[in-house]
Design a protein around this ligand. Structure first.
Ligand code: IPT
Length: 982
């Protein structure tokens, strides 16, 4: 009875809606755009139609997460991240490449160990993930220059445009990276299925989309051997770059201010479908190549836990399900794992951590939102009907009618145009401004209400085929269905205390044989005309309903339990209920070998093929108890031994002055003379001499300038206009006497100062003005056909008041060697221009025995730069994953900037007056977990009272037994005397 009534209601809805026919407008620019080449001609493995992608003829929803290999310089940790994505139900990973770090010196490509992409691609394949390659040449990504190389600042004309200077500059890179992609395509046994060309080619400085550039770039990638379909990621659904095979776009609906994580200032965009049809000429699968999955956080920002909260599980439910409502079939979450802006990878807007508030933290631990996502990926993976479904066009008034006047709720119905005509009713809360609104939603049927919690979204199914089981409808959401030994297990879920109803076709009423449930009173059923209708409420505390009919076992879980249930790829599949992370399963005769990570004693409930009698966890046999209903029970208590950590503040520290440049007699003859009077930069300096660091090959880290003058007599003040990017700072000395400083703030990238000189100058005296400035990275170049990334770092203008001295010359230095950097292994951006860095004081093995004993907690009592060094040992047993961080505590007091180097790798940049980061994650592999570590810290004190750290700690951030297995330390070559170091 119940089922019949409901079916009628749904039919009535369909009839009412069938009459609506939306009007489309047709794109008008088609004649301007060259059509993309049909890649089905060059390869047959990856194809597509207007609904979805196919791999080897099989449709799939591409559920991808973004990871930047270069933001994690420990190759053997990639597999951990990739296995975590796989366990969360992702089937793909998307990666940006970084031109700037691989071709730091023009024409020289360096694929040394940490920047080699091959190990990452191999790990993706090993984890069972496809790869979406996004080589750029431009990537944005909050990285220095948006991925453009520093030498590019000297290449004249507009970038991301068919400007010959630019296209000649990118061609060797495209050839090199294109060949790497080609070699790793699925067609050659590799994991790459799609290649994105350019990035957000959407906003144009000259107002013109350059089709010639698009065409040439596409051609260049193809000439390099790429045959898989090409894609683009328009910044919005703007119809740009349609000459690729599959058009895609990006969406960041909540933006990047994490400071009010409770407030959603925008509703999920659900206009995509109509817009898409009207703007996109070659209809392919709807593809969101970057969908917000966190946010970057800027200097002085709210911190990444706030971003993880803003873009939390509720956001995932409402906004991602909104995307399914738009029939999206390729979806990449930006970021799935953010990593670290170690070295000087950051652009000026962001600090060292690039955690992004993602499902996987910077330290590789899982956030709660990881588990919510798993519910969605697994559902899509078992729902082929979704892949060919398209939305009904519901007008707002129709929705309100269906929803009986409730507000703030949006409904989309997707219908499979083939096969069963399965329907997906996607209802979701749309809350624009207020954090919490209560609303109830009622299906006009039966005797109970369906509730949609505030900030929630449900996918209700109609005529859905779960293998052999026909679900007529279900108001509870489907997690997955899996056949194991002829039994079809269907998992439905909801939130505790919600009431739901599901109806199934059964062949004969007597099929309905066994019923069992933990709580008898919380459910009921009816059989009518071979339709079984079950009403149930979702139980709390992990209790579940189990209902059997025919060969079907219906498992009803609460969200928490479902989200911690792991679906493993054995044949037949294995289902494991419980546990922080189950990475993989493998059946060998009567044994089931599970690999995973546990944080505490955990009971695992396992559904496996019946031959399995014994379970091992991470290689250890565990007591395995069979239960009558086919499940196996095991209890596992992880071993999480204490690890002795050094007390960093109590170690033997040595210190040395790292700013000898201000002393009389310092010899800067090996420095570069800033003798250029012409700059290719569009922005011309106000003074005759060009004082732009990149013009002389220095693109990152601290920059030092020394202006040599002969006084005319009477110079009293010095003023300058300096640029270093947001949050930069500087200090100035006159022959060793401190002139002044700018401590920096969040918004200022260019600063003007005017200081009184310590003493007026006397005629004929020689003076050296020494400038130490921070360089926060090169700007991005988001707008195409501009040169924003070339924004100079250095001095635009300066002068004296009182009298005008005679300039002898300016000298400058950044990292030793500039573009011909010395530390090939740690890469081009790791070192800046501090004296200690130029000398290699941050490296292991430097002999500091004649340095003074003093710690960074003692600090210094005057302005300047000091280097501190110490060593300590770690002994962490294998089979554990204990991520660690180095933590500071002062954020107030006198102004200072500090950098942290672990075994020579710069893994932290701290600005005490700006923040917010105080905890600097150092991955295993940079930290040597089994042996000696060298820790160096620089402190640049800006004020006359000097600076010191209030505290300094090494802390374990979390403990699991498990982990990815042996971690190989990244190359950490020891110090050797540097020829010509100055
Ligand atoms: C989009 C970029 O494509 C991506 O590289 C990254 O910068 C991301 O934003 C933000 O983290 S740009 C879009 C926000 C306009």
């Amino acid at each position: 009875m119940v089922a019949t009534l409901s079916a009628k209601v749904f039919t009535a809805l369909q009839l009412a809606l069938a009459v609506l026919s939306p009007a489309f407008t047709v794109a008008s620019r088609e004649h301007q755009q060259p059509l993309g080449v049909d890649h089905t001609a060059t390869q047959k493995r990856v194809t597509w139609d207007e609904h979805s992608l196919f791999i080897d003829g099989k449709r799939l929803f591409v559920f991808s997460g973004e990871v930047h290999p270069w933001r994690n310089p420990v190759q053997s940790l990639h597999l951990d991240v990739l296995q975590k994505l796989k366990a969360a139900g992702f089937n793909a990973v998307s990666i940006y490449f970084h031109w700037g770090v691989v071709e730091y010196e023009r024409g020289v490509f360096r694929w040394n160990e940490i920047f080699d992409l091959q190990p990452f691609l191999d790990a993706a394949k090993e984890a069972g993930l496809y790869v979406i390659a996004r080589p750029g040449p431009y990537v944005n990504a909050e990285t220095t220059g948006g991925g453009f190389p520093g030498w590019g600042t000297r290449v004249e004309g507009l970038w991301r445009k068919s400007n010959r200077n630019y296209t000649e500059a990118y061609k060797p890179f495209v050839k090199e990276f294109g060949a790497l992609i080609a070699k790793n395509e699925i067609t050659k046994g590799g994991p790459i299925i799609l290649t994105q060309v350019e990035n957000e080619y959407s906003g144009f400085g000259d107002g013109v989309e350059d089709f010639e550039y698009e065409w040439e770039l596409l051609q260049d990638f193809k000439d390099a051997g790429i045959t898989v379909p090409t894609i683009c990621d328009d910044a919005w659904l703007g119809g740009h770059f349609q000459s690729v095979d599959i058009y895609g776009w990006n969406s960041y609906p909540l933006g990047f201010d994490c400071s009010h994580p409770e407030i959603w200032h925008s509703a999920p965009p659900d206009y995509f479908y109509n817009l898409y049809n009207s703007r996109i000429r070659k209809h392919g699968p709807k593809s969101i190549l970057e969908l917000q999955a966190g946010g970057f956080d800027g200097w002085g920002g709210a911190g990444y836990d706030a971003c993880g909260k803003l873009i939390g599980p509720e956001f995932e439910r409402v906004f991602y399900k909104g995307m399914y409502g738009s029939a999206v079939k390729i979806m990449n979450l930006y970021m799935a794992f953010g990593g670290t802006n170690w070295g000087q990878l950051a652009e000026p807007g962001v600090y060292t951590s690039y955690d992004y508030g993602s499902i996987i933290r910077e330290d590789r631990r899982l956030r709660d939102k990881y588990y919510e996502l798993k519910l969605q990926t697994q559902f899509l993976a078992v729902s082929p009907a979704y892949l060919t479904s398209t939305p009904w066009q519901l007008t707002e008034s129709k929705q309100i009618e269906i929803l009986k006047g409730t507000r703030n709720i949006v409904l989309t119905v997707l219908e499979d145009t083939l096969d069963l005509h399965t329907k997906f009713y996607i209802v979701r809360q749309v809350i624009a401004v207020y954090p919490f609104v209560e609303a109830n939603w009622q299906v006009p049927k039966a005797d109970h209400k369906l509730e949609l919690q505030a900030r929630d979204s449900n996918i209700l199914l109609v005529d859905y085929k779960a293998g052999e089981t026909h679900i007529i409808y279900s108001t509870a959401e489907l997690y997955t269905w899996k056949e194991i030994d002829g039994v079809n297990y269907i998992i439905l879920y909801g939130d505790p205390n919600e009431k739901h109803e599901a109806a199934f076709k059964i062949t004969e009423p007597k099929d309905f044989s066994v019923l069992s449930t933990d709580e008898e009173e919380d459910w009921s059923y009816q059989i009518d005309d071979a339709i079984l209708t079950v009403n149930f409420s979702i139980l709390e505390d992990g209790d579940t309903h189990t209902i059997k009919f025919g060969n079907t076992v219906l498992l009803i879980f609460c969200r928490e339990v479902a989200s911690k249930t792991w679906i493993l790829d054995t044949k037949p599949p294995t289902i494991v209920k419980g546990g922080y992370l189950i990475r993989s399963a493998n059946v060998e005769g009567s044994k089931l070998h599970l690999k995973g990570d546990l944080t505490q004693a955990t009971r695992l409930h396992i559904l496996a093929t019946k031959t399995v009698k014994q379970v091992t966890f991470n290689g250890k046999a565990v007591d395995t108890q069979p239960a009558t209903d086919g499940w196996l029970y095991v209890m596992y208590t992880p071993e999480l031994p204490d690890v002795k950590l050094p007390e960093l503040s109590k170690l033997d520290w040595k210190r040395a002055n790292s700013l000898p440049e201000i002393y009389e007699g310092y010899d800067d003859s090996n420095w570069v003379t800033a003798s250029n009077t012409y700059t290719p930069n569009r922005e011309k300096p106000a003074v005759k001499e060009v004082l732009y660091a990149s013009d002389y090959g220095f693109h990152s880290g601290n920059i030092l300038w020394r202006g040599h003058f002969t006084a005319s007599g009477g110079e009293e003040e010095f003023w300058a206009v300096v640029q270093g990017g947001q949050a930069f700072g500087y200090s100035i000395w006159d022959n060793g006497a401190y002139v002044g400083f700018w401590e920096g703030d969040v918004t200022t990238g260019r600063h003007r100062c005017n200081f009184k000189l310590p003493k007026p100058w006397k005629k004929g005296d020689k003076h050296i003005i020494t400038f130490l400035q921070d360089h926060m990275g090169l700007e991005e170049n988001w707008t195409a056909a501009t040169e924003h990334f070339k924004a100079p770092r250095g001095i635009f203008d300066y002068g004296f008041k009182g009298a005008e001295p005679k300039l002898i010359h300016w000298k400058l230095t950044g990292n030793l060697g500039g573009e011909k950097y010395l530390d090939i292994e740690r890469g081009p951006l790791n070192e800046g221009g501090l004296y200690g860095e130029r000398q290699g004081w941050h490296l292991p093995g430097f002999d500091d025995s004649d340095w003074k004993a003093a710690s960074p907690l003692d600090g210094v009592k005057e302005p300047g730069v000091t280097f501190y060094r110490t060593t300590f040992d770690l002994e962490v047993p294998s089979g554990l994953d204990y991520p660690m961080a180095i933590e500071y505590s002062n954020s107030t007091g006198s102004y200072y900037r500090s950098q942290i180097y672990v075994n020579g790798y710069q893994f932290g940049k701290y600005v005490n007056s700006i923040g917010p980061q105080k905890s600097f994650f150092i991955p295993q592999g940079i930290l040597n977990y089994n042996g000696k570590n060298t820790l160096a810290i620089s402190i640049w004190a800006m004020q006359n009272e000097g600076a010191h750290l209030n505290s300094l700690d090494l802390r374990i951030l979390g403990k699991v037994e498990g982990g990815v297995g042996p971690v190989k330390n990244s190359p950490a070559p020891a110090w050797s005397r540097r020829k010509n170091a100055y």
